[in-house]
Design a binder for this molecule. Sequence first.
Ligand SMILES: [Fe+2]
Length: 462
Amino acid sequence: MKTRREVLKAAALTGLAAACGRGGGVGTVPDDDPQMRFEPTAASSFPPRWERTGLAEPARIADLPETMSFPLGVSSGDVSAEGIVVNCRYTGTAPLELRVWSNQRIIKLPVTAADYGFVNVLVTGLEPDTAHSYVFVELGTREQRSPIGRFRSALSQGDLKPLVFGATSCTSSDNDLIALKHASEREDLNAFFLLGDTTYCDGASNLQQFRDKWEGSIGRPLYRSLRASTPLVATWDDHEVDNDWNPELIGSGKLANARTAFLEHIPQRRDPMAPDRVWRSIRFGRTAEVFVLDSRSERKPSSIPSSSPLYISAEQLGWLKASLMASPCTFKVLLNSVPITSFPFSAFNLDSWNAYQAQRRDLLEFIDTNVTGALWLSGDHHFASVGRVSASGAGASQIEALAGPGAQGASPLWRGCTTSQWDYAGPDNNYLAVHLDPQSREARLVFWGVNGTRIQDHRYTL
Ligand SMILES: [Fe+2]
């Protein structure tokens, strides 16, 4: 008789591509990491086994010819110590097998593409803190393969080691992604954060239009390279749906199509009880917990004049506070698409936490009182900066960095960040490298520009 944990583990191991999710049938299922507390949604049909890698096997995989049937390349995301979601879109018709390997072991996992060829597979049984590679292989008389991706599994739950994350935002398909080339060539990133406006979907309405926008954005060669090089952790901002969209006014069909396309293209763990939910957290040992916020789809602009305005839902806020309190990690990294910093220009503040002052103050006071090691990472404003969240009062000791834009025209508003609240603001396309040292509690923030130019380098003890 299997225990409930064993049953859940077996179900999570299926890696099925049609298990759950609405519209498009994206089929991620969560593993049974204690941190996720999710339950899988489908029964096991083929529990895979990790086997010892023959030394020649990875080389043989690399020698397979690469097929053009993976127009978006491959990507991985929401990595944990034991599991990861692996993603591709497959346009061929042959049976597919996912192979994931480390120096010591290999897993071979049959997968079935869902609607429009999307595959989102949860792979479990990883060794913590270990370099892995992965590939999709077309089976048949002549085997061909996808591009090869790589990732490092997260630290085991008790580990306290340094980490490095990359981050950017706002990568318009009208602009060159060259600022991300340096990031795609790094081998030290534990994950890369996409902080929103990854794809500008403005004008899209039906599902095919959203899918075309995504392909035009993340299908670009530099994006394919970056996405294959390290696990993603992504949230969305307004342009994944429409410019400055209002959740109280948007058509339900358009929003459903936007959400389906987002979840098809982003390798994300999904809670079977709330499969559309974007907010979640990802643990990296005891060094860092990454809190992914959904700052767009739950806001209620009609509540702004009230005494309890809702920028995020009461449920999301309650989860965030409880999770921050419970986290044993040295650093609590908050992925927050639109900045929470109070800027000296009103246009952006109307579209951010700042218009929802009571809830903003409540959260900042909660962190001031109860949380150490908080670091806000945001995007949206089309300039880079780092500084204090508030000039005074709640949040005055909390640090927020604006990463990106990765590929956008610069906003001139960075010139307004002139007071001592900011340590840096600038217009260059960039990505941010976040180095977290749990021994010293130091967060080192390095902004990287085109051609690997180091734009700024700041250190904070959190
Ligand atoms: Fe943007």
